[in-house]
Ligand binder design. Sequence first.
Ligand SMILES: *Cc1c(COP(=O)(O)O)cnc(C)c1O
Length: 390
Amino acid sequence: MISHVLPTYNRAALSFERGEGSWAITADGTRYLDLGAGIAVNVLGHAHPDLVAVLTEQAGKIWHVSNIYQIPQQERLADLLVDNSFADTVFFTNSGTEAAELAIKMARKYWDHQGQPDRIEILTFEGAFHGRSTGAIAAAGSEKMVKGFGPLMPGFRQLPWDDMDALREAIGEKTAAVMIEPIQGEGGIRPVPDEQLQEIRALCDKTGALLILDEVQCGIGRTGRLFAHEYAGISPDIMMVAKGIGGGFPLGAVLATEQAAAGMVAGTHGSTYGGNPLGCAVGLKVMQIVTDDRFLSEVNRKAALLRQKLEGLVAAHPDIFEGVRGQGLMLGLKCHVLPTEMVAAGYDQKILTVAAADNTLRLLPPLTITDAEIAEAVERLDAAAGQLSR
Ligand SMILES: *Cc1c(COP(=O)(O)O)cnc(C)c1O
């Protein structure tokens, strides 16, 4: 018999009743050190007092108003996002998938607005993940996600990963946009080298194609900069964020330049819940905390500490690990074993990690993780790896 909850997830036999900072706690009080953070969502850890305060304060005032009215919380959050990015304008969603959906629509609308409605091709990359809507699965194009779901939305072309020749060949006057994660998350913490991002930007400039960056996982301070693309010194035309921006409250956004958004006039897009006062109140607090330079320099300091300890872990377990990759607190341990085996051994050691493709174990701790918790985490990973060695 089918479970009452649609069985689309491979769930662990674990549930949590509450959380405190970097810890997720079961009903019987067992504490798990959380290096998954809800897959890069809980950037400020669990039950951050400032987030609890803004959420409960807003909950006592008004939860939901339609986007047919002004929503001041949305405007303040948009101001902060615009002030801290390339963007001129922001649309709020409830998830990364919805942000991807709008990014795709916006790119098509841009070309329609330019009088080239047939210019619809969006170039994407093998190993990408942009969400689970019909548009987002068509964009990523992986067999696992698209099989059985019927005709895909046309207009996407997946290129091999890390193959600039393929991109140079594919991009041209039919290309509406190039869509890429600066660091692939689900794909296995695979960073696009800075020089490649710079060349992608240059190829877009040359052909007129829009550059869409998916920073749903790598954005909002995760890499030690507010947005991962800042390392390459480039900026996109359109960018999706979600996950971290709500700190655990469902919230996403599309950021865009005025030019890229030119086709998105009144009536062309909408959302019932997107940008509701609760989500935006929380998102504003998250952004106020994360955009503080001192916060980001702490992230970088802690990231260096974690990375150094992970290099030691890899050296100590060459039979289990191949190496460390990633940026900031978005780190991957490339494994010789199945990453799911490491995740399971981690449960025994009371540490939460997340598997990804390309045989990679993901470590995405809250950005507020402490030095002592980093040391504890690596000890627990060491014990988990020890369990798998034979
Ligand atoms: C998680 C993720 C998405 C989808 O976000 P949802 O909130 O799950 O819809 C899109 N792109 C990337 C890079 C992601 O990591």
